[in-house]
Design a protein around this ligand. Structure first.
Ligand code: HPA
Length: 268
């Protein structure tokens, strides 16, 4: 275990106690306030060696350890995106710490643009697969054979079923679809969106895929949910912008919180 991971674990255990965590949750753009729903201890990333220095507005760079609906969780209030520093493995250390805290699963959330006319701004989409449209990989440079991670069942079928049951119980539509990872930080062109559509993408965003790969590398089960903030480029007259993303994310966030709380209660 690296010195940074050991130091992070020591800090987290000193401040939040040594009880194992069950689940990690990464909050996407405009969803950072969900961290406030957790009864627990917020630890600034700045106090955790090797954690990213996140500079994207709409994110909350704290690790919150505590209880949500009676389940011990670790909530990452912010992620480092590839487009910030060109590092696709920026979330490797935080996810390694999550696994060392005892978590067996990761639920990643993000804001995304929809390519599907039936999935609109304010809706949620459960990822049943993804396309690495960026061609980047967070495991490049990993020297062990563990780098050859199978991705056939990366988006865990049991977790997806549980999330769909929770959504149904809450009366929230949770269609499944394929998420394409675009590097950003510029948004896509309409031609790129048409290309992603032909390739089989249903939503597009600038995150999550590196974390899914890293989490599978670490042996965590994974599920991911997008909050749709806009129709993808060329699909509507609306101007796409980060301001718009932040303004629209809370629409989906309220639904996401209900699904998440129900899902956590089902784990008790
Ligand atoms: N493209 C990429 N990332 C996004 C989008 C989009 O349309 N909306 C929110 N995040």
């Amino acid at each position: 275990m690296s010195k940074n991971v050991e130091d992070c674990l020591a800090t987290i255990r000193a401040r939040a106690g040594a009880e194992p965590v069950r689940l990690g949750l990464i909050l996407g753009s405009g969803l950072g306030h969900l961290a406030g729903a957790v009864e627990g201890v917020a630890i600034p990333y700045a106090d955790l060696p090797g954690f990213p220095h996140v500079g994207v507005s709409g994110h909350n760079p704290n690790l919150v350890i505590g209880d949500l609906e009676g389940v011990r969780v670790a909530v990452f209030g912010a992620r480092e995106h590839y487009y910030e520093n060109g590092n696709p493995s920026a979330m490797r250390l935080p996810l390694t710490v999550l696994q060392a805290l005892g978590a067996t699963a990761l639920l990643a959330t993000n804001a995304a643009g929809s390519l599907r006319p039936d999935i609109r701004p304010g809706d949620l989409m459960l990822l049943n697969d993804h396309i690495n449209f960026s061609g980047l990989n967070p495991l490049i440079g990993e020297k062990t054979d563990a780098r050859f991670v199978p991705m056939t069942t990366a988006h865990d079928a049991d977790l997806r079923q549980a999330l769909k049951s929770s959504a149904a119980a809450e009366g929230v539509a949770l269609p499944e679809g394929v998420y394409a990872w675009y590097s950003g930080p510029s948004f896509e062109t309409p031609a790129e969106i048409r290309a992603i559509k032909i390739l089989g993408g249903d939503a597009v965003g600038m995150s999550t895929v590196p974390e899914v790969i890293l989490a599978r590398f670490l042996g965590l089960r994974v599920a991911a949910i997008s909050t749709i903030t806009n129709m993808a480029a060329g699909m509507s007259d609306e101007q796409i912008s980060h301001e718009h993303t932040k303004a629209m994310a809370p629409l989906g966030a309220a639904k996401l919180e209900r699904v998440l709380r129900h899902f956590l209660r089902s784990l008790r």
